[in-house]
Each structure stands twice: as C-alpha cells, then as structure tokens.
Write a protein that binds this ligand. Structure first.
Ligand code: CP
Ligand code: NVA
Length: 312
C-alpha cells in the first residue's frame, strides 16, 4: 500500500510523477472530474488549518467524491475513550482514503501501518510533505526546472516544513541552504540532515546548515520562510523565540543577497513583521498565493496516485 507519510521514502521518480500529474490536473481539471467518483476522504484534524482543510475538501468535490472533516477534539479519542489504533482500524472500513493533521509523526505512521486504505500526512510536528510537493510544483512553474537551483530557507530550522524541504530538495537535485540559529531547538533534526545528505549524494544536490542568514540566502533562486510560532509551539515561548529569530527575518535587506530574480515563498499562515516584512510578502517577488493554490492541484494528484496504487 502506497501512503504519503514522509518524503524521505518517496523516490525521485515518484515525486516527479506526482508533480507531472499535478501539472496535468491543473491544466485540464475537467479530465479528472470523476477521478474520485463515489470515493470518500476522511480528514482527521488535531490542529488548526485553513489551506489544508479547504484545498483537500474542494479537491475531492472537484473529482466527484466526498470529504468528511473530523475534529479529533470532539472524538472519543480526545476524551481517552478510544485509542488511535482503533480509530484507524474502524474508519478504514468506511472510507477510501484518509488524511491526518496530527501532532506526532508516530501517530500518522501508526495509522498507515494499520490502515487498509492509503494514508496522507497533512502535517505533523515533524513533516509537511503535501506542502513541499506544492512548493516544488510552484518552483517548477516559476523557474522552469528544479535540479540545480538553490533554495534558501531562513528562520525556524527545527520545523516540519524545513524537514520536508530537506528531503524534497535532496530528491529533486535542488540545493538547499538552511539559515537558522544555533542549537537543537532551532536547527533541523540531525537524522533528517543525514538522511537528506544521503539522498542528495545521488542527485548532486548540496545541503548546508549555516547560522548566517545572508550566507544562506546568497545567490538563492528561492527564499523561503515559515512561522516562528508553529501550531505546536506553546504561546509562552513567543517572546524568547521572536528575539532569537529576529536576525532571520526576511526583509528587503536580506533579499538583496539572493539572485535578482529570486522568488519569495512562505507556506502560510504568515505574520507580517515577524518571519518576513510586509513589503517582501506583498511585493513583486512573492509567489505565496500561487504556492497556496498549488496545494489544491498537487493534493488532487496525490489522491489520484494513491487510489490508483491501492486498486492495483
Ligand atoms: N500551509 C498550510 O498547511 O496551511 P494551513 O495550516 O492553513 O492548512
Ligand atoms: N510550521 C508550521 C506550518 C504551518 C502550515 C506549523 O507547523 O504550524
């Protein structure tokens, strides 16, 4: 059974196939109007969402299926009356495909292990693979290629988006430079960097983790940042984190170090005046809304591919 739990175990070929399918679906959506006819997607949410919820639900509707929004806060699981293993063993007997936005990577992995139907990771504390597939689609559209480009990620390095970018860039041969503060709390997990470097050795991608934001951004084709206060970070850490991350803010000054035609990306939600300034995110180099749109197209491609594999 093919799932999308992590980009770590998705091959370059599989990523490229899904990106090509996403481009096709975006161009001729009508050709896929029945691709999920009478199919049901279960969407399990333990954290907030705008893009993920609306793009998945809309994508299923556009392909003739039905999506169920299921809030874990109102489930027997949250009151301790049921466990995650039983939840997935039950729902996979009703629905055709499951996606989960959960805190723990371990829980989405457990779901995939126990499910009879494909499972999609729609964000955990550890990874956000759907986002990075949409990002790669966006970069390919804007730059006409992926391999050989340089992406600079600046800000919170110990982050789901950073981890998935490390895997995704490595797999498609895109160089990635992460600029983040020193220390395990702010840096990508060591095992992620080691695994991404292994994948990069096969594709020629270069991976570097640096503390100097200007060095990270130097000559980059893509400058990427994400929230300093991810959903799972407790509010009491805000002041300390704003202080630590402030030197990594993407502003006009930092953008000067990138290639003159660099694009700016943020998976959103974004806070103007924090991880980037308003002039950058609302300026001519920003592609954040095209990036957000591509969540819809790429997730349709992911579902079509996983359902096709499941029916083989
Ligand atoms: N980028 C993203 O996943 O956004 P949401 O948290 O709104 O789903
Ligand atoms: N790193 C962010 C991504 C939001 C889509 C978070 O986990 O909140």
């Amino acid at each position: 059974m093919l799932h999308l739990i992590s980009l770590e175990n998705w091959s370059t070929e599989l990523i490229e196939e899904v990106l090509a399918l996403a481009a096709k679906i975006k161009k001729t959506p009508g050709d896929y109007a029945d691709a999920m006819h009478r199919k049901t997607l279960m969407m399990i949410f333990e954290k907030p969402s705008l893009r993920t919820r609306v793009s998945f639900e809309t994508g299923v509707t556009q392909m003739g299926g039905h999506a169920i929004f299921y809030d874990l806060a109102t489930s027997p699981l949250s009151s301790g009356k049921e466990n995650v293993e039983d939840l997935v063993r039950v729902v996979c007997r009703y629905v055709d495909i499951i996606m989960g936005r959960l805190f723990e990577q371990m829980h989405i992995e457990e779901m995939a292990r126990l499910s009879r139907v494909p499972v999609i990771n729609a964000l955990t504390n550890y990874e956000h693979p759907c986002q990075i597939l949409a990002d790669l689609q966006t970069v390919a559209e804007k730059k006409g290629k992926l391999a050989g480009l340089k992406l600079a990620y600046v800000g919170d390095g110990n982050n789901n988006v950073t981890h998935s970018l490390l895997f995704g860039c490595a797999k498609v041969g895109m160089h990635i430079s992460v600029g983040c503060p020193k220390g395990a709390e702010y840096s990508p997990m060591e095992e992620v960097v080691a695994s991404a470097k292994k994948a990069a050795a096969k594709t020629g991608a270069k991976i570097s983790i640096v503390q100097d934001p200007a060095a990270a951004v130097k000559n980059a084709d893509v400058v990427y940042t994400d929230s300093w206060m991810s959903y799972h970070i407790p509010e009491h850490k805000k002041d300390a984190r704003v202080k630590v991350f402030h030197p990594y803010q993407v502003n006009a000054e930092l953008m000067k170090h990138a290639a003159p035609d660099a694009i700016f990306m943020n998976c959103l939600p974004a806070m103007r005046g924090f991880e980037q300034t308003a002039d950058v995110i609302d300026g001519p180099q920003s592609v954040v809304f095209d990036e957000a749109e591509n969540r819809l197209h790429v997730q349709k491609a992911i579902m079509v591919k996983l359902l096709a594999e499941a029916s083989r």
